[in-house]
Each structure stands twice: as C-alpha cells, then as structure tokens.
Ligand binder design. Structure first.
Ligand code: ADP
Length: 415
C-alpha cells in the first residue's frame, strides 16, 4: 500500500535568495567531481564529533547537493525536505537534538525513512557577502546534544570548508582568465597575420609602379620634382613592406606555425656571411666592424635553422652598427663553455637606458627619444630574434650602458 505523502515544513527562502543563487553558481562547484580537500573535512568532522554521517551540502534552487559525504550514498535530495535549508535560511548554526520531537521535521522522509535522521547539526558556509551557500553538517541516528566546544569545532571545520570553496573559485577564475587571455592573444595573432597578408598585395603594386615612375626620367614624370616624389613612394613602400614582413614573421612564430628546418652547420660560416652583408652599412657609417675570425671559426658545429640564425644575427649585428655613431666600433667574438655556444656582439654605440633595457624585445618597443630612432626601424627585430633564438632552446642576454655601448650575447645549446 502506498504511504500518504508526508507533510514537511520547508524552510522559508532567505531574504536574498536570488543573489545567493547567483553567488553559489559563480563558484562553479555544483556537480563537480569529488575533491579530497572537502572529503578530508567531512572525514575529520565525523571523527572528531563521533557521528556516523557528515556532509558538505550546497543549497541550489530546487535541491541540496553534496560536495562531500560520509555515511550516506545519496548525491542530492530535494530542497524542501532538506535540514540544511533551515540553517541556510537563518544564516546561523542549526542544531536539532531530536528530529521526532521537532514539529518541522517529525514527518520528514529523511527522518521517517532512510537515513533515519534523529540528530542534526549544521554550520552555514558563508561567502564574503554573508550569503549562506550551504552547510557543513553532522548527523546521527540517535538524539544528541553538542557541547559548546563541539559547536565551536563544527564552526571551525565549516570555516575550512569555506576556505576550500574560495580556493575552488579562485582556481576556476584563474583558469578562466588564462583561457580568455589565450583566446585574445590568438585573435590578435590571427588578425595581424590576416591583415599583413592582405596589405602586401596592394603594397607590392604601389612599390612596383613607383619603381616604374622612377625609371622614367623623360616625359611628364621626368621633372626632378616628380622623380623625388616617386623615390619617396618607393622608399616609404619598401619600409612598410619590411614592417609587414616582420609582423608576419612574428605572428607565424607566435602561432606556433614556424617550424625550424634544422641542419648540422658551423656558426662561424653564418657569422662571416652576416658580417659581410653588414659591412657595407658599417663602412657607410664609418663604424669599424671587427670579427674575431679565429674564435668564431673554432666554434663547434650545431644543429640549427640556417636562415633563422642568419635573420637573428643580421638583426643583432645590424642593430649594433645602426646604433653606433661614426668612429665607433662593433666587434663579434665567440666561445664554447659547458655545453653552450656563445656569440658576443659588442658595440661602443649609444647604449640603452636601464628602464628601456627591461622592455627590449617587446614587439614595437624602441628605446630612447623619438628623434634618436632611425627611420628604418620597426621595433620588431629584437622580438623576432629573441623568439628565433628561443626556438633553438637558446637565450638572448643584453647588457648595456647609456652612452657607452651594448653587448648582446646569444647562447645556443650544443646538444
Ligand atoms: P628596430 O627595428 O627599431 O631596430 P629592434 O627590435 O631591432 O627594432 O630594436 C628595438 C630597439 O632596441 C631599437 O629601436 C633600439 O632602441 C634598441 N636597440 C637594439 N639594439 C641596440 C643597440 N645595439 N644599441 C642601442 N640600442 C639598441
């Protein structure tokens, strides 16, 4: 025969119920798997207070859900028969010494049926705004009383459960922030890659037609004035193309699409090629370029991407020459030590202020007063170089003193 449905006195809703539910859901903790931090707290509560049942409950809109449980197998119960909801409504500790003596619970199916509650004590789990989100509760199947000390203990253990909840939320928020940042960064990289690519085609037309105009010294475009304009178009276009290519390089590296084509190679050879290329620029600027060919030539072979390494070295030696005034010197040497190969590029140039040194390698960062920057720079070379070296498992160290000069050390692992 079917039992008549029990009449239970559901707890009144807390005054701030809507806010309380929003606060609870922000923890993202409902229906998550078991967590040893909470399991330890219920085990400790049951043991210290000598109870067969201990729970961390969270009171949702229609149910109470157990984040941790000892002594019962239920995962949740309907909210209207939950003892904990009474503690949540009140926001203070609830102790029911004997459920069958209490009009609120006498017909409760958790009392009349499984798990046969007689004694209940629950301490609310409060958030920082005082919302009671659930309880830490202990339950017995016989009537009981908690001493003052036991009540204090239950309250302290509830404090630990609150801390565990806050940790859970903080970890979730940190994970969310990390995912958001990664998404934003990927979106930025994709946008830059797409935009640079789209800009290249029309820009090549601008440069190409500018060159055609430059090559026409007769007719309506032959006047010195128009030849000058054509020259400016070509020069500006080429600089822009360089910047766009640098952005494309950087985005390719950042999005992980850049795969090194490693081969066994001697670094000395590449350094000699790069020095040869930069020498034209050094001579034009009256900067002495000294290559310690013996030291660099003696460096062992490494496995590296030849063109990536050349691009990195070209940028570093190019910068050293570019930022060294006439009469100065740039020297390049190398050494092998403790499984690392080092290339040292030292200049007697303008140097870098300590506050700028920290920011070097940030994309688009150029140090010094605006006027001191050379028109041909983009501020991307070092960022790319740092990444190219890092892809090889190496590192870039920059030491500099304003007005004295800069020393850049490229370290590459030999293994
Ligand atoms: P840029 O295209 O401007 O050279 P980089 O990324 O290669 O871009 O360099 C960034 C900035 O770092 C430069 O604008 C310059 O201010 C500074 N810098 C780089 N190398 C040197 C150097 N050897 N001496 C002084 N300043 C340097």
């Amino acid at each position: 025969m079917q039992q008549p449905e029990a009449t239970v006195t559901a707890a009144p809703l807390p005054p701030n119920e809507a806010d309380r539910l929003v606060a609870l859901h922000r923890y993202g903790i409902l229906d998550t798997p078991a967590d040893p931090r909470f399991d330890r707290i219920v085990a400790l509560s049951a043991r210290l207070l000598d109870m067969p049942i201990a729970l961390v409950t969270l009171v949702d809109a229609e149910r109470q859900w157990f984040k941790a449980r000892q002594g019962v197998d239920l995962a949740e119960t309907p909210r209207d028969i939950s003892f904990c909801t009474h503690a949540v409504s009140d926001g203070s500790m609830l102790e029911v010494p004997d459920a069958i003596q209490d009009a609120r619970f006498i017909d409760n199916p958790l009392v009349t049926g499984d798990p046969g509650i007689r004694f209940y004590a629950g301490a609310p789990l409060l958030d920082e705004n005082g919302h009671a989100l659930g309880t830490l509760c202990v339950i017995d199947r016989k009537p009981r009383h908690l001493s003052e000390e036991q009540r204090a203990l239950l309250s302290d253990l509830a404090g630990m459960a609150q801390d565990a909840m806050q940790l859970h939320r903080a970890l979730l928020e940190a994970e969310q922030a990390r995912a958001d940042a990664e998404y934003a960064n990927r979106a930025k990289t994709n946008f830059l890659a797409f935009m640079s690519h789209e800009l290249r085609t029309p820009l090549n037309a601008v440069i190409g037609f500018g060159e055609l105009m430059e090559a026409e010294p007769f007719g309506p475009l032959g006047s010195p004035r128009y030849q000058h304009y054509a020259g400016m178009i070509v020069e500006g276009g080429r600089h822009l193309l360089e910047v766009i290519n640098a952005i494309l390089d950087l985005t390719r590296i950042e999005s992980g699409k850049f795969a090194l084509q490693r081969e066994a190679m001697t670094v000395g050879e590449e350094v000699a090629v790069v020095t040869g290329l930069v020498r034209v620029q050094a001579d034009a600027g009256s900067v002495a370029l000294a290559l310690d060919a013996a030291a660099v030539g003696a460096l062992p072979m490494i496995s590296a991407d030849r063109s990536a390494l050349r691009q990195a070295l070209l940028n570093l030696v190019g910068n050293a020459v570019k930022f060294t005034p006439a009469g100065g010197q740039v020297s390049i040497t190398g050494e092998e030590r403790e499984g690392w190969l080092r290339l040292i590029i030292k200049d007697t140039g303008i140097g870098i202020a300590p506050e700028d040194l920290r920011r070097l390698g940030e994309p688009f960062f150029q140090s010094g007063p605006v006027m001191a920057r050379r028109a041909e720079g983009s501020g991307l070379g070092l960022a790319i170089t740092r990444q190219l070296v890092a892809l090889h498992g190496g590192a870039l160290d920059i030491a500099s003193e304003l007005g004295k000069g800069t020393t850049v050390t490229v370290s590459l692992p030999l293994a």
